[in-house]
Design a protein around this ligand. Structure first.
Ligand code: PLP
Length: 392
């Protein structure tokens, strides 16, 4: 028998086989062992080749990817360490120097920043278009336009886009349409059925659902895009943790009941806010006051828990901050989609379009608390505060 130090590495003892858990096991591993020396290859594409390296996913990650693809009725899904890296993967895979890309002004801020700070450095021309342009975005097409980003509803300002209208003119011109489908958790808007070529979402939000992981996904509608994105995905080395994937798989099991409860509470809170004198407008896709509400009603099967409100004209920046800080049940923080309601001020700055809402935008994410308690909390924050008199 080998020395015990060797047996620490090459053990002869093993647990019995045959435990059939309901849960996908957490497979950790950088190395995966080949049956023989002749079988050793390095290939990311698990459709064509067996597992070759943990970087391209263990069975835990591939299970999650397959389930996201199935939920989005996609061809295949790639996982990335976060939503932002999903955005970067799409841009790196589908754009080259000399190309022109169109991005809505309402896009998630770091997506905009990636375009202006990184893509621009690699010779890609980026142009921002008003999110409500719809099919009229065709007026911005150039001979070198390759890609149109959509995000519907847009981050913070919540404009719901006419995605099918954009798809029809884009495809007629041979341009790909890419959608950030994080709001819809990949399920409330059936993007690929509406003609979108590639979707991404931050699984960090509703799929994870508990503010304890960061993951992203990129889902493609066909084999050609699978090969194009896969080649870049391999070279970027965007590995994901199997532990995070296992948490996301767990999140998926309860996502339907969480989304249903969150939708109901968020609507209750949004409607209550819309009737308050301290609120100028509520930007919630299911409310008629939201730009593009008609597209939401036409294309979506439900609404989520993130929305924004614009406080009345009398609110100065300090009043907005004071209002948020008075809230007891809404911690201040980025990200959303978890069980805890959150509030965050959206003070405009360079490169950040608040769409004429000034510095009075507040984004809320509704969690799983009792909506009556959330409303009571908002009410007391409004009523215990006297806005700074005009002119100060
Ligand atoms: C949060 C978010 C992202 C980025 O996701 P991370 O996992 O935080 O990197 C991208 N798009 C939208 C719309 C988001 O809300």
């Amino acid at each position: 028998m080998a020395n015990w130090t060797t047996r620490l590495i090459h053990a002869g003892a093993h647990a019995p086989a045959g435990f059939a858990s309901l849960v996908t096991p957490v497979f950790r591993g950088s190395t995966t062992v080949f049956p023989s020396a002749a079988d050793a290859i390095d290939h990311w594409n698990h459709d064509e080749a067996p597992y070759s390296y943990g970087l391209y996913g263990t069975p835990t990650a591939l299970e999650l990817a397959a389930r996201i693809a199935e939920l989005e009725s996609g061809y295949r899904t790639f996982l990335t360490p976060g939503g932002q890296s999903a955005i970067a993967l799409i841009d790196f895979a589908l754009l080259s120097a000399g190309d022109h890309a169109l991005i809505p002004e309402s896009i998630y801020g770091p997506n905009r920043d990636f375009a202006t700070e990184v893509l621009a450095r690699f010779g890609v021309e980026v142009e921002f278009y008003p999110p409500m342009l719809g099919a009229a975005v065709a007026q911005r097409f150039r001979a070198n336009t390759r890609l149109i980003w959509c995000e519907s509803p847009g981050s913070v300002t919540m404009e719901v886009q006419d995605v099918p209208g954009i798809v029809s003119v884009a495809h007629a011109a041979g341009i790909l349409v890419v959608l950030d489908n994080t709001y819809a958790a990949g399920v409330l808007f059936d993007a690929l059925a509406h003609g979108v070529d590639v979707t991404m979402q931050a699984l960090t939000k509703y799929v994870g659902g508990h503010s304890d992981l960061l993951l992203g996904s990129v889902t493609v509608g066909n084999h050609e895009l699978y090969l194009r994105i896969g080649a870049t995905w391999q070279r970027l080395g965007s590995a994901v943790s199997p532990d995070d994937c296992a948490l996301a798989l767990r999140g998926l099991q309860t996502m339907a009941v969480r989304l249903a409860a969150i939708e109901k509470s968020a609507l209750q809170v949004a409607r209550w806010l819309a009737a308050r004198p301290e609120v100028e407008i509520v930007l919630h896709p299911a409310l008629a006051s939201c730009p593009g509400h008609q597209f939401w009603a036409r294309d979506f099967t439900g609404s989520a828990g993130v929305f924004s409100l614009v406080l009345a004209d009398s609110y100065k920046v300090a009043d907005v901050i004071a209002f948020i800080d008075r809230l007891q049940l809404f911690p201040v923080g980025y990200s959303w989609g978890g069980v805890t309601s959150l509030a965050v001020p959206w003070i405009g700055g360079p490169g950040r379009s608040n769409w004429g809402h000034g510095d009075r935008l507040v984004r809320l994410s509704i969690g799983l608390e009792d909506p009556h308690d959330l409303i009571e909390d908002l009410k007391s924050a409004f009523e215990s505060q006297r806005p700074t008199p005009t002119g100060i």
